[in-house]
Design a protein around this ligand. Structure first.
Ligand code: SF4
Length: 670
């Protein structure tokens, strides 16, 4: 398997063409630009101008505004002029779906237009039609005829364009030939890109968005490969996860999708789509981007160079491991909570990691997001453990533990190699990925390969390098080459400050590996300098969380959920809202969450409009979609189940729909 980027073993950005958006340069090693999209009605000039200003002042370098029809496209000029009058020259982008005439107006007025190749020419009918090669070629001619005028206008006016594919809105033509796949997304954009190149128009940015980070990452990688092989060059890429949702889940999903690609060196501009006011997206973008301020010419510490991959980065396949107890093999990744900084652990301390103890009845209640293991360091606990929980302790404490079916030793690799006393069941062995390589970048001299292959070993892999993810990924490639089949727990520490920075760090470092099929468990923690107090004192503003352990445990489960490696809760796919939105999306999302968040494994889409909502809710099981003022249409998969329900009763109707389809369970009371 060939490399699709040089950033597999060290951070190195993918070279791309330079594109001009007004005065802003994008691609070709320019800084990674951050952008967002307004949620106001485009015809409400004042509200749109003021919201744009809030975004610009938060740090947005481009602002996208929806232009559903000609009148909104024309109003973009009024908005632009008012922004200029107030001293803001930030480039504006018209967001177009279905309406070539609106695109052609906007392309004459503002700096950039975004078209969706899934619906620019085609009206989606959700029909699977068999296209012969001749039919297909005829369709491409039809696209050429409709799309070329826009290309010519952009060329004449110096306007940039984004060809933005969405996983959820592929045309019937693409679906019939490629299905709902990453390759279908790539081909959807390539059809339009080839037409633009034929016209010698290159001021183009591309995107491959999906609400599923795995599909999104594969699509961008495939696109890079195809552009390089077909054209010998790549166009700049705009990264985003669509319909990510709100709060921590939205941030984690975005960080995993966007962060994985940025780690690959792919991405020239990003948008984090959250179901929150757009200015709140910008700090998350900045936290993501600032991790990659390493100059392109200055690679971070590099272990051995990988010249070819022993795994397929374009298709998810979990690394093959031999199970050790409940870790590895085909079992879902485990969550390990590090409580080693808590002195004298009591039953009440386990509440934050999903175990609730009731003293009068002497019973434990175990929640869905309950950690599977805890690290207690030197402590053997003085109470009986809840049924499913097991403990990792340092070897000296393990020797004292009575129940050796519940307590397991946690060794360093050198300590494990030297120890005479080992568990016959499970031994956790810590490996610093950086130490696997010698100064020449060779892993041949690492002395513990034999021990790591022991059938009782679970490897706890970490790295303190600045390019930790790449170093760990390279070690995984080494495990595959050397046929080390021991399961691996990803151990990631954060030395950062704010909760958002922790989230982004954890999600990027571990999510990027999980998306490549690497990791049979996850353990998040804080670097040794960080005490519980200074982690807490950074202050959380968007959640009332009792303590850092609950935050860390929830983050671990959310990362596994977002990478779809372990489903422990309801998933929400909610659009970020825009000028088309027909109801208060934030309030409605909160209302729906409050009554459905116990429905483990169900995916519910909450979409602002009927125009794009049904197409973009991707693989949701149920959909709640605005279909007119005060009206909601409810979906099961792609099928309309209840049309134009009054919004006041729509949440109850959604619950009724879930019940009718046996997707509802009564919430448990704790
Ligand atoms: S689905 Fe949401 S973000 Fe997309 S166009 Fe409709 S209202 Fe706007």
């Amino acid at each position: 398997m060939e490399l699709y980027t040089e950033s597999l073993t060290r951070y190195k950005r993918l070279p791309t063409r330079e594109v001009k958006i007004g005065d802003l340069s994008l691609g070709n090693f320019n800084p990674i630009r951050v952008q967002t999209m307004t949620t106001t009605d485009t015809m409400d000039t004042l509200a749109t101008v003021e919201q744009s200003i809030r975004c610009i002042e938060a740090g947005a370098e481009m602002v996208r505004i929806t232009a559903p029809s000609k009148k909104e496209a024309e109003n973009l000029k009024v908005i632009r002029d008012e922004l200029r009058r107030r001293g803001y020259n930030t480039p504006l982008i018209a967001d177009i779906h279905f309406t070539p005439n609106a695109a052609e107006i906007a392309a004459r007025l503002i700096e950039k237009v975004r078209v969706n190749p899934g619906n620019y020419v085609d009206k989606k009918k959700f029909e699977l039609i068999e296209y012969s090669d001749a039919d297909y070629a005829e369709e491409i001619d039809r696209i050429r005829e409709r799309f070329t005028p826009l290309v010519k206008i952009c060329k004449e006016y110096g306007t940039a364009m984004r060809i933005g594919t969405n996983h959820g809105s592929l045309s019937d033509r693409i679906m019939s030939r490629y299905g709902d796949t990453a390759m279908g997304m790539v081909e959807s954009a390539m059809e339009f890109l080839r037409i633009a190149r034929y016209e010698n128009y290159h001021n183009i940015v591309l995107s491959m968005k999906s609400s599923n980070p795995q599909v999104m990452v594969q699509a961008y990688r495939l696109l890079v490969n195809l552009m390089n092989s077909e054209f010998g060059e790549a166009y700049p890429l705009h990264l985003g996860v669509t319909e990510a949702g709100d709060g921590e889940d939205g941030r984690i999903k975005s960080a995993i999708g966007i962060g994985t690609l940025l780690e690959d060196g792919i991405g020239d501009t990003i948008r984090v789509s959250l179901t929150e006011d757009p200015e709140f997206e910008i700090p998350v973008c900045r936290d993501l981007v600032k991790r990659y301020s390493i100059p392109a010419a200055e690679p971070a510490v590099s272990p051995g160079e990988t010249t070819a991959l022993p795994y397929d980065p374009f298709h998810y396949q979990r690394r093959v491991t031999d199970p050790v107890d409940n870790i590895g093999g085909r079992q879902v990744p485990v969550v390990i909570a590090d409580l080693s900084k808590v002195e004298n652990i009591l039953p009440a301390d386990l509440q934050s990691i999903g175990y609730v103890y009731d003293e009068p009845t002497d019973k434990w209640t175990i929640r869905d997001a309950a950690a599977d293991y805890i690290i207690t360091g030197h402590q053997v606990l003085s109470f009986n453990l809840p049924g499913t929980l097991k403990v990792l302790v340092y070897p000296a404490a393990w020797a004292l533990a009575e129940d050796k079916t519940k307590y397991f030793p946690l060794f360093q690799d050198s300590g494990f190699a030297m120890s005479d006393i080992k568990s016959p069941l499970v031994n956790f062995v810590m490996v610093d990925a950086g130490t696997v390589y010698d100064a020449d970048g060779s892993a041949d001299t690492y002395p513990y390969w034999g021990q790591l292959a022991d059938p009782t070993v679970v490897i706890c892999l970490s790295s303190t390098a600045t390019n930790a993810m790449q170093v760990c990924r390279n070690v995984f490639a080494e495990f595959i080459r050397r046929q080390v089949k021991s399961p691996v727990v990803l151990m990631t520490d954060s030395a950062l400050a704010t909760p958002d920075e922790h989230l982004i760090h954890f999600a990027t470092e571990t999510g990027a590996l999980l998306l490549d099929g690497f990791g049979d468990g996850i353990c998040l923690g804080y670097s040794s300098g960080a005490t519980l107090e200074n982690i807490k004192s950074t202050g959380r503003t968007y959640l009332d969380v009792k303590d850092i352990y609950q935050f860390t445990n929830n983050t671990a489960f959310s990362i596994l959920q977002a990478t779809r490696t372990r489903i422990s809760k309801t998933e929400y796919i909610s659009c970020p809202s825009c000028g088309r939105t027909l109801f208060d999306l934030q309030e409605t999302t909160a209302k729906i969450r409050a009554v459905t968040n116990h429905l483990k494994g169900i995916k519910i889409a909450i979409m602002g409009c009927i125009v794009n909502g049904p197409g973009e809710m991707a693989d949701a099981d149920f959909g709640y979609v605005g279909s007119g003022t005060g009206k909601i249409t409810l979906y099961k998969g792609r099928d309309v189940m209840k049309r134009n329900v009054n919004s006041e009763v729509a949440v109850e109707e959604l619950i009724r729909l879930l019940k009718e389809n046996e997707a509802w369970i009564e919430p448990a009371t704790l």
